[in-house]
Design a protein around this ligand. Structure first.
Ligand code: SF4
Length: 192
């Protein structure tokens, strides 16, 4: 019988395999548009959150500040993004997508959708349970210091876990959060 340790290793190996496949899909799209994978990730992130300081982008993408600065410089040169004053601190600047950057982000999302939206063999409940398991794993990796930024419900101060038969609950938005409703990257997330 498979031991718990072996099961954990198989779980991680499966997640890594999935990660590699998704990375390959993204790389293909990036190459088509003559941008790097990191540049594509920057565009995706800015399209989702609006604006970020350079240091924040580096943390969220788990790369160093010089690395993300190189990617930003290349995108700036292509006219994909621009810098603006940070509304919360006039001395700081944030990076935002330009008009053509937003158009590119939309195009990338349209091209990525069919690749990321696999025809799943699992039913809805299994898929929702898998989502919770993955978010649990991400939380564990954050606790272990492997990743720095995690804005999912499971690490949010507003989240009240399920107390069966009740589902979980978001105290900030005052909505029920069944496993399928858990957010992976929430702009209202409050770190514990
Ligand atoms: S604020 Fe966002 S991350 Fe936090 S519990 Fe609510 S939905 Fe989840």
């Amino acid at each position: 019988m498979t031991s718990r340790g072996e099961l954990d290793r198989k779980f991680i190996a499966a997640v890594e395999r999935l990660g590699r496949a998704l990375r390959f899909a993204r790389q293909q799209i990036a190459t088509t548009h003559k941008i790097s994978l990191l540049q594509l990730q920057v565009i995706e992130l800015l399209a989702a959150v609006g604006s970020r300081r350079v240091g924040e982008l580096a943390s969220e993408l788990d790369v160093t500040q010089p690395t993300v600065s190189d990617a930003l410089a290349a995108l700036e040169q292509k006219g994909v993004l621009q810098r603006e004053r940070d509304a919360s601190d006039g001395r700081a600047t944030v990076v935002v997508l330009s008009g053509s950057g937003l158009a590119l982000a939309k195009k990338l999302a349209t091209e990525l959708d069919p690749l990321l939206d696999a025809r799943r063999a699992t039913d809805d409940d299994e898929q929702a349970m898998a989502l919770r398991m993955l978010l649990e794993e991400i939380r564990r990796l954050q606790v272990d210091g492997v990743i720095t930024v995690n804005r999912s419900c499971l690490t949010c101060r507003h989240y009240r876990p399920p107390n069966r038969p009740d589902t979980g609950h978001c105290r900030f938005l005052d909505v029920q959060l069944a496993d399928r409703d858990l957010r992976v990257d929430c702009s209202d997330h409050l770190a514990p």
